[in-house]
Write a protein that binds this ligand. Structure first.
Ligand code: COA
Length: 260
């Protein structure tokens, strides 16, 4: 598929999706959200892809938010539809992917940009990154999961302060808050993400997708996460990856997982 707002690179089982609207600081317009859905879906179902990395083009921004020019004249119903469709097509979709997704936050991650990073399974940031949810400065609230995922990641008090002030935090503060796992210089951001991705790719991806499901269930009020863990744990015993992992351990050799 040809994308107007993304470019994709695949190497060593890692697919890097780069949002490519640098003149608009990679703001998420409708077309970009649609293309991201298609690209994540394709990477998730592609046998060659073991880990996905998402980043922004240019040195300034990961994503500076949803494209404000597209919703400036919306009314109530349109606003609700925008949030519901965006959450279903992109933000919840990414959070629930069975393939691990790492956000490489290479600059501004604001509004929908921070919400996209938070929907990923974990995040790294470059030392110039600035993160925030500025929606109340526009008379809005975060609509792509930000009011839910930010408190889960940083705690309620910090989330409330970030949302109410509409301010930005720097990468070091984001790391102190647990919002990003590591901060590195900008040139080192993708190589560091790729190094972590390679480490992930050496493990059982069947087991990793079960772990994603179990961890995500702890944030789902509809299910008991401990029950999901029991089910997923048990299901692992029926997989070829489990047989290979335990056989390789006992034979003192490196596992070569058939499901990966
Ligand atoms: N939606 C649409 N366009 C956006 C955008 C967004 N969220 N963020 C940036 N842009 C556009 C700007 O309008 C500008 O376009 P133009 O050159 O055609 O005028 C271009 O990207 C560059 O942005 P600019 O504001 O000139 O860069 P800056 O370095 O002065 O400021 C920011 C950078 C990130 C502080 C500023 O762009 C900003 O505050 N963006 C909006 C952030 C936001 O509120 N996001 C939440 C949306 S719900």
């Amino acid at each position: 598929m040809i994308y107007n707002n993304l470019h994709l690179k695949q190497n060593n089982g890692i697919t890097i999706i780069t949002i490519d609207r640098p003149k608009k600081l990679n703001a998420l317009n409708k077309e970009t959200i649609h293309e991201l859905h298609e690209a994540f879906d394709a990477a998730n179902t592609d046998d060659e892809t073991k880990v996905i990395i998402i980043t922004g083009s240019g040195e300034k921004a990961f994503v500076a938010g949803a494209d404000i020019s597209e919703f400036a004249d919306f009314e109530v119903g349109e606003g609700k539809d925008l949030a519901a469709k965006g959450q279903a097509d992109l933000f919840d979709f990414v959070a629930d992917l069975s393939t691990p997704v790492i956000a490489a936050v290479n600059g501004f991650a604001l509004g929908g940009g921070l919400e996209l990073a938070m929907a990923c399974h974990f995040r790294l940031a470059s030392d110039n990154a600035k993160l925030g949810l500025p929606e109340v400065s526009l008379g809005l609230i975060p609509g792509y999961g930000g009011t839910q995922r930010l408190p889960q990641l940083v705690g309620k008090g910090r989330a409330m302060e970030m949302i109410m002030t509409a301010g930005m935090i720097d990468a070091k503060t984001a790391c102190d808050y647990g919002l990003v796992n590591h901060v590195v210089e900008q040139e080192a951001l993708l190589p560091t993400c790729e190094k972590i991705a390679m480490k992930i790719a050496g493990n059982s991806l069947v087991a990793i997708s079960a772990a994603i499901k179990a961890v995500n269930s702890s944030f789902d009020n509809e299910v008991n996460g401990f029950d999901v863990e029991i089910q997923e744990f048990g299901n692992c015993f029926g997989t070829d990856d489990f047989k290979e992992g335990t056989t390789a351990f006992l034979a003192k050799r490196k596992a070569d997982f058939p499901g990966s």
